[in-house]
Write a protein that binds this ligand. Structure first.
Ligand code: HEC
Ligand code: HEC
Ligand code: HEC
Ligand code: HEC
Ligand code: HEC
Length: 478
């Protein structure tokens, strides 16, 4: 007879056991069944302990959350699948050994043992399902948390996560901009998330991650849940401060008053900078390159369906780029609302202005630039060398005695440079100064960024109307 029968182990002879008991008893005595029962029992116990720890706030570690909400449930489900699978594999043998017999495998509610068995089955199923629902709920929130997006793929997302944490949106979750409301986008995002996890495991992803993001959800559905065009009004004064290598002490200050725009209370026309996204107007354009820095045709649709089309003399798309109409939205200007990187000179000038870099040390602006432009092989190397390198540059200019005398100030300046470096440069991801630029304004117009992509006096309708560059249209003259 079969070995199961002999090793029944609980002292009872097989004759005394019913067909059901034999079947269930034998299931977990096969290696596969044992693995299934074991995995399920161990996982569910740990999950319950984990949930208690998590819900009572006793354990707030995120790696622990990954373990409890992703790894253990996967193990539990895997274990649950193994149990029927093991029955399936063994069923032939069981039939052959006449260990079970379909005739006896009937549920008989009059039988007390059967009732007990059914009750046990129901209780266990309710426990399993409750635990799975709780885990799915907590797991859903956890995989939507900014922490999960930013830290789980640490190396890949580090630039975006670091920039995000310093931005005005630091408390807005990644998913409010990247997924937005609705089940459809949620499912799409999780599927593309799975592809991304695979890409990260294979090391097969772009460095740097390319911008613009091709399939970003239209800003209407995301940004507009918190900012809506009808809310804009008035002007915003912005101050731009800069220094030069020859003059590190007196800032050149430009104060401009930006015409943010909104509805004119008298004419009720939407005016100013946010005119492009007012709901009366639709502005579409065709980009000639993937970065959307060269713009070909532009089409404006006004209320009542009146359209106007602007074109430019040189309208040849870059190789491999198919011309497509894109409706202009927030991202065409605010492409860096939260992943905001600094400009190299801008950050040094901020240091001088806030006196974190001591402007009294002659030549320190130029030396700071040389230091920040150095290509360190890693962030660790930069952390080790930046302060040292600044000391060396200053020593070259002023001699060792000067450095000994001013060491403390130079070290403070060096620490500021290091912080700036760590906020902006990731050699492994090939992210460095100027990798990601913004479209607000026209500081980087020479490289194709900003308003002057369209406001270039060259985009023209067939009647000769151009998209103008008149300073007063966007801000009071500096
Ligand atoms: C306020 C809205 C907002 C939030 C919050 C936000 N992002 Fe973004 N993110 C954007 C926009 C807009 C772009 C597209 C930039 C472009 O197309 O040029 C982007 C682009 C990216 C990119 C592509 C690379 C790049 O820099 O363009 C990554 C990766 C990214 N986000 C990750 C994250 C992660 C991780 C979080 C949360 C820690 C997050 N984002 C939070 C708006 C947001
Ligand atoms: C969940 C709400 C929320 C979403 C979604 C959101 N924002 Fe914001 N945004 C805010 C809040 C709150 C502030 C104000 C922060 C402050 O004043 O410090 C802000 C500030 C801003 C500012 C002003 C920043 C500055 O320098 O003062 C801009 C520009 C902006 N958001 C653009 C966007 C864009 C573009 C998107 C979509 C990609 C977006 N926001 C999505 C909540 C949101
Ligand atoms: C044509 C370019 C453009 C478009 C399109 C655009 N913005 Fe702006 N937005 C600007 C500029 C320029 C400013 C001025 C602030 C600055 O320079 O930092 C600004 C300012 C803002 C501010 C700060 C307002 C204040 O009063 O301080 C918010 C918030 C904002 N935009 C959100 C949005 C949202 C949301 C959208 C999409 C519905 C959008 N913007 C579309 C160019 C644009
Ligand atoms: C299509 C709109 C637009 C036009 C036209 C325009 N500007 Fe600007 N300008 C902006 C915006 C938007 C900013 C703010 C950028 C930011 O917030 O970073 C800006 C910023 C500036 C600044 C401060 C930043 C810097 O680059 O130093 C100066 C100076 C400036 N503009 C000068 C001018 C002058 C002079 C003209 C006329 C020849 C002009 N602008 C025309 C939109 C415009
Ligand atoms: C994709 C092309 C495009 C880009 C990029 C663009 N604009 Fe415009 N803008 C237009 C068009 C088209 C008009 C309408 C011109 C007309 O009909 O006179 C316009 C009109 C304007 C107006 C006048 C709106 C009114 O009151 O009637 C302002 C102000 C303006 N833009 C500011 C900006 C600023 C600031 C930026 C950069 C942050 C910018 N634009 C970027 C296409 C663009």
């Amino acid at each position: 007879m079969s070995d199961q029968q002999q090793n029944n182990g609980d002292g009872k002879g097989d004759q005394e056991l019913g067909a059901w008991e034999r079947l269930l008893g034998c299931t977990w005595k096969t290696p596969l069944g044992f693995l299934g029962v074991g995995l399920t029992t161990v996982s569910i116990t740990l999950i319950i302990l984990g949930l208690i720890g998590h819900l009572t706030g006793l354990i707030a570690n995120h790696y622990f959350a990954i373990f409890t909400f992703l790894f253990l449930p996967a193990m539990m489900l895997f274990g649950l699948c193994l149990i029927p699978l093991s029955c399936y594999f063994r069923r032939k043998k069981w039939f052959k050994d006449s260990l079970i017999n379909t005739e006896h495998l009937k549920i008989d509610l009059a039988d007390k043992e059967h009732r007990k068995g059914i009750l046990l089955f129901i209780v266990l199923s309710v426990v399993n399902i409750t635990v799975l629902i709780l885990v799915a709920y907590e797991g859903y929130h956890f995989t939507d948390s900014s922490y999960f997006c930013g830290v789980v793929c640490h190396q890949v997302m580090d630039p975006e996560y670091t920039a995000y944490q310093r931005s005005p949106h630091a408390k807005v979750s990644c998913v409010s901009c990247h997924i937005g409301p609705g089940a459809n986008w949620y499912v799409q995002a999780k599927l593309s998330g799975l592809r991304q996890v695979k890409a990260v495991i294979d090391g097969d992803f772009n460095r740097p991650i390319p911008a613009p993001v091709e399939h970003l959800r239209p800003a209407r559905d995301t940004c507009e849940s918190c900012h809506w065009p009808e809310k804009f009004h008035g002007k915003r004064v912005k101050e731009f401060i800069s220094f030069t290598n020859d003059n590190q002490t007196d800032a050149d200050t430009q104060e401009i008053s930006l015409h943010i725009g909104g509805r004119n209370p008298i004419t009720s026309e939407f005016e100013g900078i946010h005119w492009h996204v007012s709901h009366d107007i639709k502005v579409e354009y065709q980009a000639l390159d993937e970065k959307r820095t060269k713009i070909g045709k532009i089409k404006v649709t006004r209320p009542g369906g009146v359209t106007e089309e602007y074109s430019i003399a040189d309208e040849v798309p870059e190789e491999g780029v198919a011309l497509k109409w894109r409706t202009m939205d927030c991202i065409d200007c605010h492409n860096r609302p939260t992943h905001v990187y600094d400009g190299l000179e801008e950050v040094i000038d901020f240091g001088l202005h806030s006196r974190k870099i001591n402007p009294e040390i002659a030549g320190i602006r130029e030396d700071s630039m040389s230091v920040l432009k150095t290509e360190y092989s890693s962030r660790d190397e930069a952390a080790e060398k930046i302060v040292e390198d600044l000391l060396e540059h200053v020593a070259k200019r002023h001699g060792n005695e000067f450095v000994a005398e001013h060491e403390k100030e130079i070290v403070v300046s060096g620490s500021f440079l290091l912080e700036a470096y760590l906020n902006n440069v990731w050699p492994k991801m090939k992210v460095t100064w100027g990798t990601y630029r913004q479209h607000l304004g026209h500081q980087y117009a020479d490289d194709g960024y900003g308003c002057f992509r369209c406001h270039d006096d060259e985009h023209e309708t067939k009647f000769g109307k151009i998209i103008g560059q008149d300073c007063n249209m966007c801000h009071d003259e500096p």
